[in-house]
Ligand binder design. Structure first.
Ligand code: AHR
Length: 508
C-alpha cells in the first residue's frame, strides 16, 4: 500500500478560485443551441439561456468566465451585440472559413453579463487588439463600467436595459497575437498592448489587463514580451498562457499507449507554468504580472460529438479527459503561487467541454463532475504533500517533459472553516491504486464525503442516448487518520473531511 501524507505546515498560499475558471467563445455550437437557445425556444430557458445548463453551471461555483474569444475576439465589434436583438447584424466571423456559419449576434454584452449574473461567474472579456482601435475598446469598457448618468455610453447601456454598471474587472488585450491575433512578433504584440493598455487605463476603476503570452512552451515569446514591457509603466496584471494536449487517439477509441501519451502531455503543464514563470522572473522578479492559463484542455480530432462535426471542434469527453482535468487542476493547486487563473476550453459543445447540448438534449460530461468534486479547493489554503505512490516514466511524451507522471496525482487544501479536501487521480488505465492518507502537523480524522468518478471502461462517455453512463458516487463515512482507499483504474476521487481535521486548522 502506498501513501500520501498531507503536510499541514507546508503551504504555497491560497488557491485562487479563478483557477477553476471557464471559457466560452462564439465558435461552433458553444453559444447557439449550446448555452443559448433563445427566449422563444421550446427548450426550457431563462431569458434565452438553456435552463438546465444555467442551473448545472451555477452548482459548481464558477468563479470566472472568459468571452467572446479566442480567435473570435480578433474580428469582434462589440457594437454588433447591443441594442434590440432583431436589428443586430449578421457577420462573417473569424471562424467562417472553417464552418461557414455566420454570427447572429443574438448573444452580446448584455446577454453575456446576464449569464454571468445567473451563474455567479465574473466576466473576463477578451478584447480585440488586432482589427479595431484602442479607442474602440476603451469605449467598450466605458459602456460596461461607468455609472449611468455620467457619460453618453453609460446612458446607452442603461437604455439597453442595464442601469447598473457591469463592473467588468478582467480585460484581455488581444488573443494569440502570435497567430490568429495578427501574426505579430512578440515585440509588436507588447508594443500594441502598451498602446491599448495606456489608453484603456485612463478610465477609472480597478481593472486587470492581460497581455498575450506564448503558444505552449515558447519561452522566447514570454521573454521578449516581458523585456519590451519592462519599465514602461503599464505592467500587465497577467500574462495569458495557452496550452492544449495534442492528439493521442480518438476521444472514444484510444489504446493504452495513447492513454499514457495524453496524460504525459497533460502533465507537461508543470513545465509550461514553471518555465514561463522563470522567464518572467528575469524581468519581473517581484511577480507583479501573474500567469493566467486562460485556455487549456484536450484537443482531439473533431466530429466525435453529437452534432457529428457540424459544431466546429466539438468532441466527446471520456474518463481519460476527466483524469486529464483532475491532474491538471492538481498541478494548478500545487502551483497556486504561480497560477492566478485558468480557463478550461470550452464550456459547451467544443474542446474539453463540461456540457454537450443540442435541441432538447443536455448532458454533463465527466469533466463537469471533476469541477464539482474539486470546488471546495477554491479559496482554500493549499497544503504540501509527500506522495510515495510512485510514477510512470517512459515513452516519447515523458522524454520530452523529462518529468514522471505521478501514479496517483494529488493535491490538498484546507478551507477557512477547517475542511480538508484531498483530490486524487489514478493515472493507471488498468490497475487500481491502494493509498493510505495521513496528516503530518494536523489530522485527517473526521466525517468524510468520499466521491469517486469512475467507469468500468475508461473510454466511457456520457451521450445523448446514455447521458448518465458516468456519474460520481459519494459515500459518507467516518475517516481515521491513516485510513486507506482503493482508487479504481482511470478514476478521480475527492475526499472532503470535516471534523477533527477542522479543529486542527492552523490559520495561514
Ligand atoms: O479554443 C479554440 C481556439 O483555440 C481559440 O479560439 C484560440 O484562442 C485557440 O487557438
Amino acid at each position: 500500500m502506498s501513501g500520501i501524507t498531507v503536510l499541514f505546515n507546508q503551504s504555497k498560499g491560497t488557491i485562487n478560485p479563478n483557477i477553476y475558471g471557464h471559457f466560452s467563445e462564439h465558435i461552433g455550437g458553444v453559444f447557439y443551441d449550446g448555452l443559448w437557445v433563445g427566449e422563444d425556444a421550446e427548450v426550457e430557458n431563462i431569458r434565452g439561456f438553456r435552463k438546465a445548463l444555467v442551473e448545472s453551471f451555477a452548482k459548481i461555483n464558477p468563479p470566472v468566465l472568459r468571452w467572446p474569444g479566442g480567435c473570435f475576439a480578433e474580428t469582434y465589434d462589440w457594437r454588433d451585440g447591443i441594442g434590440p436583438r432583431a436589428r443586430r447584424p449578421r457577420r462573417v466571423n473569424w471562424w467562417y472559413n472553417d464552418d461557414h456559419r455566420v454570427e447572429s449576434n443574438q448573444v452580446g454584452t448584455h446577454e453575456f453579463m446576464d449569464f454571468c449574473r445567473m451563474t455567479g461567474a465574473r466576466p473576463y472579456v477578451a478584447a480585440n487588439m488586432t482589427s479595431v482601435t484602442p479607442l474602440h475598446i476603451r469605449d467598450w469598457i466605458e459602456y460596461c463600467n461607468m455609472p449611468a448618468g455620467l457619460t453618453t455610453l453609460a446612458d446607452e447601456r442603461a437604455a439597453n436595459g442595464d442601469r447598473e454598471p457591469f463592473g467588468v474587472r478582467y480585460w484581455g488585450i488581444g488573443n494569440e497575437n502570435w497567430g490568429g491575433g495578427g501574426s505579430m512578433t512578440a515585440e509588436m504584440c507588447a508594443r500594441e498592448y502598451l498602446r491599448f493598455a495606456t489608453v484603456c487605463a485612463s478610465l477609472p476603476g480597478e481593472m486587470t489587463f492581460v497581455v498575450c503570452g506564448p503558444n505552449a512552451h515558447d519561452a522566447a515569446w514570454t521573454r521578449e514580451v516581458m523585456r519590451t514591457l519592462a519599465g514602461k509603466g503599464h505592467t500587465p496584471a497577467a500574462l495569458s498562457v495557452h496550452y492544449y494536449c495534442g492528439t493521442a487517439g480518438a476521444p472514444q477509441r484510444f489504446t493504452e499507449a495513447e492513454w499514457y501519451q495524453l496524460l504525459h502531455q497533460a502533465n507537461y503543464m508543470q513545465n509550461i507554468v514553471d518555465d514561463h514563470r522563470a522567464a518572467m522572473d528575469e524581468f519581473d522578479p517581484e511577480r507583479k504580472t501573474a500567469i493566467f492559463v486562460d485556455e487549456w484542455g484536450c484537443w482531439h480530432q473533431g466530429g466525435s460529438g453529437p452534432s457529428r462535426g457540424y459544431n466546429l471542434f466539438e468532441q466527446q469527453s471520456s474518463m481519460r479527459d476527466a483524469v486529464v482535468a483532475a491532474l491538471t487542476l492538481n498541478i494548478f493547486n500545487n502551483r497556486c503561487d504561480v497560477v492566478a487563473m485558468a480557463n478550461v476550453a470550452q464550456l459547451c459543445n467544443n474542446l474539453h467541454s463540461l456540457y454537450l447540448a443540442g435541441g432538447g438534449h443536455f448532458v454533463e460530461t465527466p469533466n463537469y463532475f471533476v469541477y464539482d468534486m474539486y470546488k471546495t479547493h477554491q479559496n482554500a489554503r493549499q497544503l504540501g504533500l509527500a506522495n510515495d505512490c510512485g510514477a510512470f516514466g517512459g515513452g516519447e511524451a515523458f522524454r520530452r517533459a523529462a518529468r514522471p507522471l505521478d501514479r496517483v496525482s494529488a493535491s490538498a487544501s484546507q478551507a477557512e472553516d477547517g475542511t480538508v479536501t484531498v483530490t486524487l487521480a489514478n493515472t493507471s488505465m488498468t490497475e487500481p491504486a491502494g493509498v493510505t492518507l495521513s496528516g503530518l502537523g494536523g489530522t485527517l480524522a473526521g466525517r468524510a464525503a468520499v466521491t469517486t468518478l469512475a467507469a468500468d471502461d475508461p473510454h466511457t462517455c456520457n451521450t445523448f442516448e446514455n447521458p448518465k453512463a458516468v456519474q460520481p458516487v459519494t459515500v459518507e463515512r467516518a475517516f481515521a487518520d491513516g485510513d486507506s482507499l482503493t482508487l479504481p483504474p482511470a478514476s478521480v476521487t475527492a475526499v472532503v473531511i470535516r471534523g477533527e481535521a477542522s479543529k486542527a486548522h492552523v490559520p495561514a
